[in-house]
Design a protein around this ligand. Sequence first.
Ligand code: NAD
Ligand code: MG
Length: 346
Amino acid sequence: MTDLDTTVYYDDDADRSQIDDKTVAVLGYGSQGHAHAQNLADSGVDVIVGLREDSSSRAAAEADGLRVETPAEAAAEADIVSVLVPDTVQPAVFEEIRDGLDAGDTLQFAHGFNIHYNQIRPPEDVDVTMVAPKSPGHLVRRNYEAGQGTPGLIAIYQNETGEARDEALAYAHAIGCTRAGVIETTFREETETDLFGEQAVLCGGMTALVREGYETLVDAGYSPEMAYFECLNEMKLIVDLMYEGGLSNMWHSVSDTAEYGGLTRGDRIIDEHARERMEEVLEEVQDGTFAREWIAENQTGRPSYTQLKHAEETHEIEQVGEPLRDLFAWGAEDDEEETAEATADD
Ligand code: NAD
Ligand code: MG
């Protein structure tokens, strides 16, 4: 096995005195917010959840035994303000809390978008950091409760006190990330790789591949059910093998025929043209084109987003898939979990 050439921080690298006497305001009680707030509280850190008076998440946070105040009140009291409301809402919430940021306080994020693209311009006398678990919030919470951790990233944008890194590591310790391992990145790298990955490979690339494969089979006269199984359902089995042991593990586990067919045909599908498109998408991320487009989309009531979302939701593969999933109840466990974990959105 090759060693990582980047430093991985574990529990022993964190100095908890950097956070144990501080008050943390967790703004938002969604996926990340509920997990950070509860893990911090269970680690003995003083936590205030910041939510609007009319937020439907208030009841949930209070039921979980947490103190709830408005974002402005929570931020004013806190030494560390962890901004865990949706990225598109963060600039507005920042306006509500900025007066509560005292010199030496920390403004902390779990994703770099608003700082990297200058949608939030923090005061110069505060630290600005990122602690980003590399998984959805319900796993951050579940792993912590099971005595395990979730790998995470830290990044430092402003280090006014000189202690920003130690404090971020202490926070990562308190939410369980240093149990699994934490690596340091920058706001720029985290933001750009995150956007590129979700656009080109994970969310965008993957769904387009599934849809095109499905349509190719159905248009050629094969049954929608078979097309669904081959192009969507089996994706999980292949991804699980890659997750477990990389590409080789997947190739070893499928038949020789699948391996030969995949190795000879894969590059014809995702070919040099697809690679050029990927580079274009990356450039739009790097030069701010994508960020400007998404910000404008939000400022104008999300017209394209709404239309594209509707088209995706009403695609035939969705109509075919629902009864099939019910029939076999595959993934039923996950579905129940998600329903139970879902926190009300505002
Ligand atoms: P979310 O959408 O799950 O939750 C946001 C919460 O913010 C809501 O539950 C609510 O309490 C509050 N909220 C919603 N609308 C609001 C409004 N208009 N005004 C004030 N408060 C409002 O958010 P999330 O997915 O936990 O994302 C929070 C941050 O964490 C983002 O920066 C995101 O990029 C980052 N992040 C998320 C994940 C993930 O897996 N979800 C992983 C890593 C980092
Ligand atoms: Mg303060």
